[in-house]
Design a protein around this ligand. Structure first.
Ligand code: WQD
Length: 326
């Protein structure tokens, strides 16, 4: 069986490629290298450079590599950018997916794992988010992920394609320093950046209805997330006709303040944070119920916050050696 990993040169995709090959699966990476990096793809894994909007190249790739399953991660993923460029996000994330599904069904590929997001829930007013919590996205990014789930599920119903939508919560960490996230768009790298500049980390609001007043999220190690893809891929292969929708989180809430304290302990850069205004659109608390993935995939996260911060910091130091000097 050969799995096509779209977006396999990206931060999460490169971890998925390693988890899949580590589990004995053959993989091919398909990536337009707009944000992906070719060096992240292992030498033994073929890399096809192309867009998910290019149906002809997709068809040739699926046939040429005898692909029997797809893990689709190639997408735009910045919430703020999606507000400014909604048409771009719909084109890349929804139209790109439609073209890919067209090629996948025409080629008779039986299994499809879709990279979705907790962003489909928007600002859920519940302590723990289950897969049945209503999806009310609050950004174009979240909308494209929800529309993507609909496309994937409808295609499965119509054609028998076996599908899984994995709703990622807040991803952090790295398997190795060179695979670390190079973007500075999320809390952990944003704290690192401030500390490296000799500035105080920022807390976007401390007047939320949470125990310490700061927002609570469910952080998951990228290695655990990658393993969830292996488990999903195997579940699809063993049971045709699946239509799984699964939260991929740890089920543990961590506040912004707690994260800043833990980062200080790991990095030795200890600066009291600055409290700034709330960031528009931030929900107070988004924490997964990870029960369904545990039951249906026998998958559970094994890495803790310490692993996430330590491995992310090692990756940061590789790119910013000056951060080690204090
Ligand atoms: C986490 C918390 C911030 C930086 C986003 C997407 C989501 C998913 C993951 C892709 C928030 C606070 C941050 C800082 C802070 N992406 N913060 N100071 O917004 O939970 O989720 O990324 O699928 O869809 O929405 O993640 O890391 O940006 O923020 O106080 O310097 O940290 O306000 O409460 P978020 P984040």
């Amino acid at each position: 069986m050969t799995w096509l990993i779209t977006g396999g040169a990206g931060y999460i995709g490169a971890h998925v490629v390693r988890a899949m090959t580590g589990a004995g699966e053959r993989t091919v990476v398909y990536d337009d290298l707009s944000t992906g990096v070719a060096a992240r793809v292992p030498d033994a894994v073929p890399l096809v450079r192309g867009s998910t909007l290019d149906g002809e190249l997709l068809a040739r790739t699926l046939a040429g590599h005898e692909v029997t399953g797809v893990v689709h991660l190639a997408a735009k993923k910045q919430v703020g950018e999606s507000v400014e460029r909604p048409l771009h996000y719909y084109r890349e994330n929804v139209e790109g997916l439609r073209v890919l599904l067209d090629a996948v069904t025409a080629a008779g590929v039986p299994s499809f794992v879709f990279s979705s997001s907790a962003a489909v829930y928007g600002a859920p007013d519940v302590d723990v988010v289950t897969e049945d919590t209503p999806c009310v996205p609050i950004s174009p990014y979240g909308e494209t992920k929800l529309a993507g789930e609909w496309l994937v599920r409808a295609t499965g119903r119509a054609t028998g394609l076996s599908t899984a939508a994995l709703r990622y919560f807040n991803v952090a960490g790295a398997a190795r320093p060179e695979l670390a996230d190079t973007g500075v768009f999320n809390l952990v790298p944003m704290i690192f950046e401030r500390l490296t500049e000799g500035a105080a980390p920022r807390v976007f609001g401390d007047d939320y209805p949470t125990p310490d007043g700061t927002c609570v999220r469910d952080y998951i190690h990228v290695v655990d997330l990658a393993e969830a893809h292996v488990a999903a891929a195997r579940a699809l292969r063993s049971t045709p006709g699946h239509a799984l929708t699964l939260n991929i989180g740890r089920g543990k809430g961590v506040s912004v303040r707690e994260m800043i304290d833990r980062v200080a302990a790991v990095t030795g850069h200890d600066r009291p944070p600055t409290i700034t205004a709330r960031r528009p659109g931030d929900p107070a608390r988004v924490v997964a119920s990870a029960d369904r993935a545990a039951t249906l995939l026998a998958w559970k996260a094994t890495h803790d916050l310490q692993d996430m911060i330590t491995s992310a910091w090692e990756g940061w130091l590789r790119l910013h050696p000056e951060a080690a000097r204090r």
